[in-house]
Design a protein around this ligand. Structure first.
Ligand code: EPU
Length: 418
């Protein structure tokens, strides 16, 4: 079993370079199979979720060449086979092969997607969208079978601005007959990154990054290339760390606009940081004050930073409140943080209050990816030693987190025990 061990309260100094965005990369790889030629993805993060998608490419007989932080995908000899359970349910993003395979073959068979256990996470909007485009969807006890005699453009309006459904419908519509409009589309920067990639291959997508996306289907896609945008959640995680325990920490290679909601909140708590074109320079402050925060769809405060921000608020004088509006079960980190003496109370299903606490090292479990990030932050600021289990969740989404933190002075290591 892998464990992370942290001896806390070491002051950090130096630069951390942000990697490519997990949630872009995980959509760009499935998008690449839409061409019959080569597609190149640069600035690809080295995380285990990317490895899980490579396993799906293997099943589909898609050839690919890996280099450091890049992949060249060639789907020329691809075969449309069913994606089995043990691979589909390793991660959420396996569902992007639904839209991509449907676009390419009008037929897809795959098991249910997995991902972090943070709520019910239905995919009804994806399925309803495919149906509107003329597909028939059959759900058996263990898989979806989606088939269209011909995939047609449609006018689709989501009840919820879902990231996954927006990308999946965009993928399906790229090669459909006619024009598709997605209304109330999600506006996350990762969606534009995927649309830009598809457009380099000859797709006709307009409006990505706004709430209305128009996709005019094309018959054929040529080769294309893309650079994965910086990971705004990884960036936000290190900015939080820097404002808590750094002498001077430069969080580099990020887009400050993408983390504006976090920076605005940090400013309210009197955190010390300076914003440059592609970096944020952070410094610890001992006079942080409490604030309230609600998660919301982009450009609101991202749910993926809610758990790291919980730990941040344990350093702020007064009582803070967090309201989680996106997922119904994203407070699993709270009980773990309480083991470290955090003063947090759950006041309703979607709300917690946090008071300034003196965190103490303990043995805690990362129940999901961002819960893991919140525990690493807690371990870095706590007195004594923190041991974190459930490390595989963290390695799914944070490239080289141990090395990045060690390089700036953290006392952190990954150990493997039986
Ligand atoms: N929803 C539905 N029906 C649907 C789709 C979504 O009810 O058909 C609900 C979900 O249950 C959730 C809300 O809508 O309550 C938002 O879900 P969304 O579809 O936007 O999320 P997702 O596509 O499953 C992606 C990221 C998540 C991130 C969310 C929100 C990937 C692979 N995952 O998930 O990332 O939290 O968007 O920004 O892109 C993470 O990185 O830690 C992570 C969980």
């Amino acid at each position: 079993m892998k464990k992370i061990i942290i001896n806390g309260q070491k002051t950090l100094n130096g630069t951390i370079r942000i990697s490519g965005a997990k949630n872009s990369a995980l959509a760009l790889i499935p998008a690449a199979i839409l061409t019959d030629e080569e597609a190149t993805i640069c600035n690809l993060p080295e995380i285990s979720d990317v490895k899980s998608l490579e396993a799906i490419l293997d099943i589909l007989n898609v050839s690919y060449k890996r280099a450091t932080e890049s992949i060249i995908i060639n789907p020329k000899n691809m075969k449309n086979v069913a994606i089995p359970e043990e691979i589909a349910n390793k991660l959420r993003a396996s569902y992007y092969f639904m839209g991509a395979l449907l676009a390419k073959y009008n037929h897809v068979e795959m098991n249910f997607p997995g991902g972090c256990n943070i709520g019910k996470r239905p995919i009804n909007l994806h399925i309803e969208g495919f149906k509107k485009m003329g597909a028939k969807v059959t759900q058996t006890t263990d898989k979806y079978v989606i088939h269209a005699d011909e995939l047609k453009g449609a006018d689709i309006t989501f009840d919820i601005a879902s990231v996954g459904a927006t990308i999946n419908i965009m993928l399906a519509a790229t090669k459909a007959k006619g024009t598709t409009h997605i209304n109330n589309a999600a506006k996350e920067p990762e969606i534009k990154n995927v649309a830009d990639f598809l457009n380099t291959m000859g797709a006709k997508i307009k409006g990505a990054g706004t709430s209305r996306i128009t996709i005019t289907g094309v018959d054929h896609l040529k080769s294309g290339a893309v650079e994965v945008i910086p990971d705004r959640i990884e960036a936000g995680t290190y900015v939080i760390i820097g404002t808590l325990i750094a002498d001077k920490l430069k969080v580099d290679n990020l887009n400050p606009k993408h983390i504006k909601a976090l920076l605005d909140k940090l400013k309210k708590t009197k955190a010390k940081f300076t914003i440059e074109d592609e970096s944020v320079i952070c410094e610890k402050s001992s006079n942080l004050i409490a604030t309230d925060m609600e998660t919301y769809y982009y450009p609101g405060f991202p749910t993926d930073l809610q758990q790291p921000f919980t730990t941040y608020l344990t350093c702020c004088q007064g009582t803070s409140t967090i309201t989680e509006n996106i997922y119904e079960n994203r407070f699993m980190h709270v009980n773990e943080l309480k083991k470290m003496n955090a003063k947090i109370e759950k006041i309703s299903k979607e709300q917690i209050t946090i008071e300034k606490s003196s965190l103490q090292g303990a043995t805690v479990n990362a129940t999901d990816l961002r819960a893991g990030a919140s525990l690493i932050i807690a371990g870095l600021i706590a007195k004594g030693t923190t041991t974190i289990t459930g490390v595989e969740h963290i390695l799914r989404g944070y490239e080289g987190i141990i090395e990045k933190l060690k390089n700036v002075g953290a006392d952190i290591k990954l150990v493997e025990e039986d």
